[in-house]
Design a protein around this ligand. Structure first.
Ligand code: HEM
Length: 200
């Protein structure tokens, strides 16, 4: 299942990666904040959907230990946001469709996998913003030293859920959920971070 996810979403990863402007040499603190604001608008509604789909259905995933909204809030508050301004940030209305558990697993795979590429981004941001007060990069730190173990545990739970379902339809729906999530994520990032000023 994991190998299939990786292979069949590769072009989607590449397209979404291209929509991430955090490696641009001219990245400003405002651009970084804008990116986090866009992430917030995507993660708030999406994590709510994932919670509804997965918390009871697949507790082995320990979804409540994986939510990134609190980390995004921490970063955004450091960058000047408060309750009011956070509540006013636009939310993505074109989320991937998650009609069932398999699609939600595929979607969660994308969010969890992004913590891996996130380590690379983290190293870059730390270098790029040396001596610039932009906070502690809570979102990109994610699980800190536990990124590897958390990813492996996630993979194991997904593998077990797919083995238990033991149906090619289930597997295909997981892949579709992941592909749609990458695409929705990329489209939202492009829309929200291309030339738009920060809303803080
Ligand atoms: C500049 C942006 C990005 C870069 C440079 C990047 C880079 C990477 C790298 C190097 C890996 C492999 C890490 C490893 O195997 O240890 C990876 C994995 C992954 N990334 Fe990204 N990534 C980026 C953005 C994203 C975004 C925005 C998402 C999600 C929306 C994402 C989702 C994933 C997933 C799901 C995997 C796991 C693939 C697998 O092994 O099955 N990435 N990324």
């Amino acid at each position: 299942m994991l190998l299939r996810l990786k292979t069949e979403t590769r072009p989607h990863h590449e397209r979404t990666e291209a929509a991430v402007r955090l490696m641009d040499p001219g990245l400003t603190p405002g651009d970084y904040r804008r990116h986090l604001e866009a992430l917030y608008g995507f993660y708030v509604p999406l994590e709510a959907q994932l919670a509804a789909r997965l918390e009871d259905a697949v507790p082995a995933l320990r979804p409540h230990e994986r939510w990134k909204v609190p980390l995004l809030e921490e970063d955004l508050r450091t960058l000047g946001h408060d309750d009011d301004s956070l509540a006013k940030l636009p939310r993505c209305a074109l989320l991937p469709a998650l009609p069932g558990v398999p699609e939600a697993l595929g979607c969660f795979y994308v969010l969890e996998g992004s913590t891996l590429g996130g380590q690379l981004i983290l190293r870059h941001l730390k270098r790029h913003f040396t001596n610039v007060p932009v906070g502690d990069f809570a979102f990109f730190q994610a699980y800190g030293d536990e990124v590897g173990p958390m990813w492996r545990a996630f993979g194991q739970s997904v593998t077990e859920a797919a083995a238990q379902a033991s149906s090619s339809d289930f597997d295909a729906r997981v892949v579709k959920g992941a592909q749609d999530t990458f695409d929705a994520f990329g489209a939202w990032l492009l829309r929200e971070t291309a030339h738009a000023p920060s809303r803080a």
